[in-house]
Design a protein around this ligand. Structure first.
Ligand code: B12
Ligand code: SF4
Length: 431
């Protein structure tokens, strides 16, 4: 089969820009579409192309005409879901390809894609599911693949066989097709350092279940670590990229695996810098592991501190507390690792809460604070809890930089305070 895998363009809309002319909250994000490279790696018997519309926003028609695909697969986060439906409509009008969607939004809210434009929806990890789907479509078999739903074009609710994700779904032996984005690679940079950055996955899923987080359905709550050799293989393949972002939702979640990986990186004499997302309680429990990773190139850690008081953390089911966050910050400063701190601003924030957060970030010397707005993403428990309060349902605004819930402060003031928090954080940034 001829398969075109499509990364949607940078999209999403910005209330602060549209209503108040505050442009600084809208950001352009680029990074290689690792999900698509990963899927392509397991489709060895097929001819695959990747189209990254974040780099080449006008490229769809040209690719459809020149490649003439039998199947077009889209990946989509929530803020990309509307755009993917529009793109799928374009594909439908231009060719007879099967249209498949997978990724975060398909996994958390599959019913959203039960529309005329979509034929198949892949829920959760897709490497093995997509291969099974492609082979069944090619063979003309009846299709009943766990983790894959057939769109009824909105005629009836979706039904599908659940998939129990396990190591077979990682298909470690099939390497990501990093080569398929060679033409785009110069665009995948870490802006703050102007360095080329490559993405590598060393673990998928997360055993925690924070109420705002959409990671759980990707693996059904399981934490799956990739074979050490495959992680080394992938890092080595990205030979031209000095910076590697481990894209795991929860890196080093299995400390024994993380130690082995550090040793393997050293043995392989790989000299690169790494960024990883870690939990603060892991830092406190395993400071030596962080020191070890610093020795082999870890430069920065991204930590979801989320909130600065225990009651908010407990409401989020973060299974962590403010004292541990502060202890982790102290340890990371001592080791000399850059701290990228994720904080979630509730639309309920008062001016005093903005002040307190700003004071915390300054006092704790968070090197690069990243602030998002608490967003009830479809498919999360937060969404179930707050769905009746949501005032903006258009998913284009689910970029985590818009308040889709009512703000306690006057809305313009809320965004001014948010913008100034980000501005202050970024002007003091030390990365
Ligand atoms: C790398 C990354 C990016 C990169 C690259 C993504 C890309 N497509 O270009 C960049 C920097 C561009 C990016 C941008 C953004 N991101 Co981002 N990103 C990630 C990150 C860290 C890793 C994703 C990844 O590569 N994982 C590894 C791959 C192998 O796993 P996977 O993506 O889950 O793919 C598997 C399955 O989902 C499935 N699958 C995926 N796609 C498809 C397609 C088909 C056809 C099939 C069959 C299966 C399938 O199969 C894959 C293999 O098993 C995740 C967090 C995380 N750890 O998951 C956030 C995450 C996906 N991003 C998120 C967000 C919110 C954003 C932004 C809005 C920015 C922001 N405020 O954080 C922007 C949006 C850009 C835009 N359109 O405007 C959220 C999404 C929440 C949601 N429900 O939408 C996440 C979950 C992080 C979070 N904060 O919670 N992101
Ligand atoms: S926010 Fe982090 S720790 Fe919580 S469930 Fe999501 S990935 Fe896991």
């Amino acid at each position: 089969m001829r398969i075109l895998l499509v990364n949607p363009p940078n999209c999403g809309r910005s209330i602060p820009e549209e209503r108040y002319g505050i442009t600084s909250l809208k950001q352009i994000f680029r990074g290689e579409p690792l999900a698509l490279e990963t899927l392509a790696g397991n489709l060895v018997e097929h001819v695959v192309q990747i189209l990254d519309l974040k780099v080449d926003p006008e490229g769809l028609q040209h690719h459809l005409a020149s490649f003439n695909p039998d199947l077009v697969g889209f990946t989509a986060m929530t803020c990309e879901a509307n755009t993917v439906i529009k793109l799928a409509r374009e594909v439908r009008q231009s060719c007879v390809a099967h249209i498949v969607v997978g990724g975060t939004h398909a996994s958390t809210d599959p019913e959203f894609f039960n529309t005329e434009e979509i034929d198949w929806i892949v829920i959760g990890l897709g490497k093995q599911s997509l291969l099974e789907l492609v082979n069944a479509l090619e063979a003309g078999d009846d299709i009943a693949i766990p983790g894959v739903a057939h769109s009824s074009k909105g005629q009836k609710p979706l039904s599908w066989l659940p998939r129990k994700f396990n190591y077979d779904d990682l298909v470690n032996s099939a390497a990501p097709r990093y080569d398929l984005v060679a033409d785009y690679r110069s665009q995948y940079t870490l802006e703050s350092l102007g360095l080329k950055m490559g993405l590598v996955s060393s673990a998928l899923g997360c055993p925690y279940d924070c109420n705002f987080c959409c990671i759980y359905p990707l693996t059904g709550g399981r934490y799956l670590t990739a074979d050490i050799e495959t992680v080394i293989r992938d890092i080595k393949t990205l030979e031209q990229t000095p910076v590697i972002r481990l894209v795991d939702a929860n890196s080093f979640g299995n400390p024994a695996h993380a130690w082995k990986l550090a040793d393997a990186i050293e043995t392989a004499e790989i000299e690169k810098q790494y960024l990883a997302d870690v939990r603060s309680d892991m830092v406190v429990r395993h400071p030596q592991l962080l020191k070890r990773w610093k020795e082999i190139g870890l430069r920065a850690v991204v930590i979801g501190f989320e909130e600065i008081d225990d009651s908010s953390l407990s409401q989020m089911n973060k299974e962590n507390n403010a004292a541990t966050n502060r202890e982790a910050i102290a340890i990371l400063h001592q080791i000399g690792l850059t701290i990228v701190g994720d904080f979630i601003i509730s639309p309920d924030y008062t001016e005093q809460q903005f002040d307190r957060l700003n004071d915390f970030v300054t006092a704790q010397a968070i090197d690069l604070p990243m602030h998002t707005v608490l967003t009830p993403l479809p498919g999360t428990r937060l969404h179930q809890q707050l769905q009746h309060q949501i005032k903006i349902h258009d998913l284009d605004y689910y970029t985590l930089t818009n308040a889709v819930l009512p703000t306690r402060l006057n809305e313009e003031l809320f965004y001014q305070r948010y913008a100034s928090l980000l501005h202050q954080g970024h002007s003091n940034a030390k990365v």
